[in-house]
Write a protein that binds this ligand. Sequence first.
Ligand code: ADP
Ligand code: GLC
Length: 486
Amino acid sequence: MSALRVLSVAAEVYPLVKTGGLADVAGALPAALAAEDVRVVTLMPGYPATMKALERPTVAKRYAELFGGPARIVAGRAAGLELLALDAPHLFERHGNPYLGPDGRDWPDNAFRFAALSRAAADVARDGAGDFSPDVVHAHDWQAALAPAYLRYDGGPRPATVLTIHNLAFQGQFPADWLARLGLPPHAFALDGVEYYGTIGFLKAGLQMADRITTVSPSYAAEIMTPQGGMGLDGLLATRAADVVGILNGIDTAVWNPAGDPALTQAYSATRLAQRDKNRVALQRRLGLAEDPQAPLFGLVSRLTTQKGVDLIVEAMPTLLSLGGQLAALGTGDRALEGAMERAALAHPGRVGVLIGYDEELAHLVQGGADFLLVPSRFEPCGLTQLCALRYGAPPLVARVGGLADTVIDANEAAIEAGAATGIVFSPVDAQSYAAALRRAAALHRDPATFKRLRLNGMRADVSWRRPAGAYARLYRDLVATRTAR
Ligand code: ADP
Ligand code: GLC
């Protein structure tokens, strides 16, 4: 069997540019797919960090004009990936967050910026780049979702297309009068085209036109077809149900490896779990917490948003404190939630430690030092931090939604007895049941033998990309085979 060729298209790719889990996935999946005999070339915007990291760059394609300025597609390698960077300085030569300007708002030309990414993807799909021409175009999220639309309206033969939804809350909606400026024909503004409640919907277009749709957990795949979880797209998704599949994410087990993690004070593993306590102390020191060996230490590594249920953590802070607990929190996001967390830290010195910011190293120390990781999300397509927590022996305390429900096994008595439990799962997602989950966590923490088994069960779980990569490889191959057979 010859290697299958996949063009992966994403707006962020770890370790080059990252705001969340999308980058982790786009950065780690290619290497896992290589083991499945799939060659992945990744197309991403040529942000300053991308252009700087490119090794042995060669120009694969030139545009005299692409949405307002000249552009090139530059091929090279970076961070172990085969990369194509869309070098369009008028769109991407901007430092900091890939989506937001210095005022914290979306860049006003985001429609152009990500239409350009999709346009470039469609061009590489059809014309290739260097020695590479893809069998499959795999677009991630709304920023790449116009790629199947450009391929359709260009006409002619095209590779197969897959669209992955990482978060249905971000849909890429723009006013209808952008249609011509985005290079889309008038007839594209239709129900079976890019039209979405009177606007242009990038994600909607991709969901309409991609050959297959994936999302990042089986439970989220079911949730998004319901009015409660569909965010306006449930009707469309339901009509495409036969083409929708949920494939769980993995994590990069080389980046997330407690036995060799440079961000930790002390390496440890399942057989040397006692060593882990040194990281606990290091975390307490780092966040100004009392060096209390008894307190159940709850960790948080998260965007601070209502999606992530951070308001529940604030609301139930009295419960956490009444249990003698400590909180070590790292995150950025909504100003109001950042403020609420900072006020909690000021009100409870030594008990609540908060760092508002983005800090990869501290994220690792929280995972390697906390007793439990809090993930009380209202919805969660997959979630990666609970997978890291399993591997790092910090049993996750999670809401029973989306990928959290699919990856954490609740410590009820039967599951503990069977040696299967890996964390604490609560529902419904409200402050009362979250508080009840905190009480269960504290009780488990007071029972060292059971708590240790819970930890070890999680550390043994396979959270790597091995299985998911196999599932993606099968999906690509099936899709290519069905199209050839047609
Ligand atoms: P989402 O993509 O919805 O934010 P995920 O759980 O899929 O949620 O991925 C979040 C990723 O971002 C994880 O790798 C997590 O460690 C990381 N992360 C989130 N907030 C921070 C932060 N403040 N500092 C460092 N890493 C963070
Ligand atoms: C999104 C989701 C998160 C998921 C990540 C990677 O950001 O919010 O649940 O893990 O994408 O797929």
